[in-house]
Design a protein around this ligand. Structure first.
Ligand code: ZN
Ligand code: ZN
Length: 122
């Protein structure tokens, strides 16, 4: 996987290889153990890159540090907004746009970390 920039062990040798069974058991990143598939990378690849102001574009390259609790509530807020419900317990998933959920979730996270709207104006 080209996106995996974790270091190899010198004992791995100079031949290009992915982390996993091809690595030496001294590899600091994987120890030579098979790696789980990178589900996020596969999903991102299926979407491709979007315009700069979108979360699959440059805007989504932003690294943030949030508590998992914030992610938890951001997902619920994303669902709530995308469904048009007033409260979380009124959310009806019927007909909810999954892309709107993802976008609203990311916006909620931007608001938590104080970078919303996170769009360059130039
Ligand atoms: Zn490795
Ligand atoms: Zn290696």
């Amino acid at each position: 996987m080209a996106t995996d920039t974790r270091p190899h062990s010198r004992a791995c040798g100079i031949r290009k290889h992915d982390h996993g069974p091809d690595c030496h058991s001294n590899c600091p990143s994987c120890g030579g153990v098979a790696q789980p598939p990178d589900l996020m990378a596969a999903l991102a690849a299926s979407f491709g890159r979007g315009q700069a102001h979108t979360f699959v574009g440059e805007r989504g390259d932003t690294t943030v540090s949030v508590k998992l609790r914030d992610v938890y509530f951001a997902v619920l807020e994303g669902l709530r907004l995308a469904s048009g419900a007033d409260t979380v317990d009124q959310i009806d998933l019927e007909g909810v746009d999954e892309i709107a959920v993802a976008q609203n979730t990311c916006v909620a996270i931007e608001q938590v970390v104080g970078i919303y709207p996170n769009v360059r104006r130039d």
